[in-house]
Design a protein around this ligand. Structure first.
Ligand code: 5GP
Length: 116
C-alpha cells in the first residue's frame, strides 16, 4: 500500500489549496510555487505514486486528466497561444510528490523542453 502524500489531503479538502476543478476522478489546483503565469496541477483522486505504477484500470482517470487540462487551458485563456503538460517520474525527472500529477504550465513563452 503506497503512502499518502499531501495531495490526498488536498483532494479531501483537509488542507487549503486553490482548487479550481474537482469531480469523481480528478482534482485540479494551482501549484503553490508557480513556474509560469498559469501553473496548475491536475491529479487523479486515486493514489498512484508514479507513472511506473499505472495499470489499465487507471485509464479512465488518467484520460480525464487530459480533458480537464484542455478545459482549464481554455478557461485560463492560454489554449490558443499554447501550453505544456508535464509529468515527472522518479529521481531523474525531479519528481517530488509521489502522487502522480500533470503540470499544466503556460501564459508565457516556455523555452526549450529540457533545461540542465
Ligand atoms: P514534481 O516535482 O513532483 O513533479 O512537482 C510537485 C509540485 O507540487 C511542485 O511544483 C510543487 O510546487 C507542488 N506542491 C508541493 N506541495 C504543494 C502543496 O502543498 N500545495 C500545492 N498547491 N502545490 C504543492
Amino acid at each position: 500500500m503506497a503512502e499518502e502524500t499531501i495531495f490526498s489531503r488536498i483532494i479531501r479538502r483537509e488542507i487549503p489549496a486553490d482548487i479550481i476543478y474537482q469531480d469523481d476522478l480528478v482534482t485540479a489546483f494551482r501549484d503553490i510555487s508557480p513556474q509560469a503565469p498559469t501553473h496548475i496541477l491536475i491529479i487523479p483522486n486515486i493514489l498512484i505514486p508514479t507513472v511506473n505504477d499505472v495499470t489499465a484500470e487507471h485509464e479512465l482517470a488518467l484520460g480525464r486528466l487530459f480533458t480537464v487540462a484542455a478545459k482549464i487551458a481554455k478557461e485560463e485563456g492560454i489554449a490558443e497561444d499554447g501550453y505544456r503538460l508535464i509529468m515527472n517520474c522518479n529521481r531523474h525527472s525531479g519528481q517530488e510528490v509521489f502522487h502522480i500529477h500533470m503540470h499544466l504550465v503556460g501564459g508565457r513563452l516556455l523555452g526549450p523542453l529540457l533545461a540542465e
